[in-house]
Ligand binder design. Structure first.
Ligand code: PA5
Length: 458
């Protein structure tokens, strides 16, 4: 099992730490009851994904085999929750230089790209690396209305048609809502192979739906073990006992830390493979918990700013701030076992201050640096806790990601906010529509064209 060590969050370890007695309060149990009683309902359908997808998993595995036999490149078109899970799991579970390996060494998996921006340079660069005739595009958008993804879709289909004629539709798989949006209409009209995102599964909670599972299966990632790990975490986190429920404990302990002024949470994996898990978590935590109003409409402006950091790399940049800057952070260390042991040669050099490394391993160096940083931060009275994965495989990654999603659900319930909406994102989206002259947004377009009387431009 994944282990959680909260010792350094307590007042017995750090000044201004949390008093254990304060962890058990009625708000914790109301939050627990709210999340558990809504399991599988409304926007909490994601909680059941590890257990209820047998049929779709079979379809995904069959489709993945076909993709592997017929294509050399697999490109995801999507953004936010439709992309970050794929990037995170791909980096965690595939070879770190997957695309540089020959196809046999990739286990027949295609090269893999995720276009999660509207950056024109990146779009152009992709077409320099792939052969359209050998590329499968997986267009992922639940709403079917996201400007970035739909722009990419239009560019790609236009090129595919020019290159392949009528058969272009065999190069597109649509992953979208079964009932709403433009992509489902296009998919039906052009007979694309389609996978569905259930209505009660929001983008940032969709990694265990076909949004993530199809790309993972194409990459030979063991999706059955991934779901098993997630399901195991569901079981563990359905305990009403705070001391045996890591998701509930993580939410409560972060809430108590926020009450003490820790408005920033740093997730610091000590493994390159886990670097993008921090990216995925940042979206989950920021977009779900950062809210202006609670469910009763009261203005609350809650949230905790997530920051991604990488051990040991960021010990040489951010850790100075974490150790000596404001007391406004919780540092979450994410450590794991490695499959590889890399030895530093035994032979001594002429330099005494380098010789202590000789005969040790890079693994010992990573481990010691993590423990040393944790010790230094604790000594400096900085709140921190540690999550330990025995190793990075599909099963433990499934556990970890489900734990983070459950933690987010519990945190939203503690704050009594809508964890699953993102009204703050809509403002920017609408302004973009207005700037593009989309009909229905004329008023906003006028407002945007007004130049303020006083400007302050240097
Ligand atoms: O978490 C979310 O809901 C968002 O990040 C969405 O995933 C993102 O905006 C993309 O939306 P869609 O899948 O509708 O294109």
């Amino acid at each position: 099992m994944i282990k959680f060590d909260f010792t350094n969050m307590l007042d017995t370890a750090v000044k201004n730490g949390i008093d254990k007695k304060d962890l058990l309060s009625s708000e914790v149990y109301s939050a627990y009851d709210l999340v558990q009683s809504n399991r599988g309902k409304g926007m909490q359908e994601w909680m059941d994904l590890p257990e209820n997808q047998d049929q779709v998993v079979q379809d995904i595995l069959d489709t993945a085999r076909e993709v592997q036999s017929n294509f050399d490149y697999f490109v995801v078109l999507g953004i936010g929750g439709s992309a970050l899970g794929s990037i995170a799991v791909f980096n965690a579970l595939c070879h770190l230089y997957h695309n540089d390996l020959p196809k046999v060494a990739r286990g027949n998996a295609p090269k893999f790209y995720v276009l999660d921006n509207a950056d024109p340079e990146r779009m152009r660069a992709l077409f320099d690396c792939i052969d359209l005739k050998k590329t499968m595009f997986n267009c992922i958008t639940k709403s079917g209305a996201t400007s970035e993804t739909m722009s990419q879709y239009l560019i790609v289909t236009n090129l595919l048609k020019q290159c392949l004629g009528e058969d272009y539709n065999k190069h597109i798989i649509a992953t979208t809502s079964a009932n709403k949006g433009n992509l489902i209409k296009l998919a039906r009209e052009h007979s694309y192979k389609t996978f569905y995102i259930p209505e009660g599964v929001g983008g940032r909670f969709s990694v265990f739906s076909p949004v993530g599972l199809l790309p993972f299966a194409v990459l030979n990632i063991d999706i059955i073990s991934l779901l098993k790990g997630a399901s195991e975490m569901n079981k563990i986190c359905s305990s009403r006992n705070l001391l045996t429920n890591p998701a509930l404990m993580s939410a409560v302990i972060q809430k108590k830390a926020i009450d003490k002024g820790c408005n920033i949470s740093v997730l610091m994996p000590y493994a390159d493979k886990l670097k993008y898990i921090a990216d995925w978590f940042c979206q989950l935590w920021a977009e779900s918990i950062g809210k202006a109003v609670d469910k009763s409409g009261k203005v609350v402006n809650v949230g905790q700013t997530p920051v991604k950091s990488l051990g040991v790399t960021d010990q040489h940049s951010q850790v100075q701030l974490y150790a000596e800057g404001p007391y406004d952070k919780v540092v979450v260390f994410l450590e794991c076992g490695f499959d590889t042991v890399y030895k530093i040669p035994e032979e001594k050099t002429e330099f005494d201050d380098v010789n202590f490394l000789c005969g040790q391993t890079l693994n010992q160096l990573m481990d010691s640096e993590m423990r040393a940083t944790r010790y230094a931060l604790t000594k400096a009275n900085r709140l921190n806790y540690t999550i330990t994965m025995p190793c990075v495989n599909a099963y433990y990654l499934g556990q970890l990601m489900q734990m983070f999603m459950l933690q987010t659900a519990y945190m939203g319930a503690i704050y009594n906010i809508d964890t699953y909406n993102q009204p703050g994102v809509e403002g920017g989206k609408n302004a973009t529509y207005a700037l593009f002259g989309r009909s229905g947004y004329q008023e906003l377009a006028k407002e945007l064209s007004v130049i303020p009387d006083e400007q302050f431009i240097i």
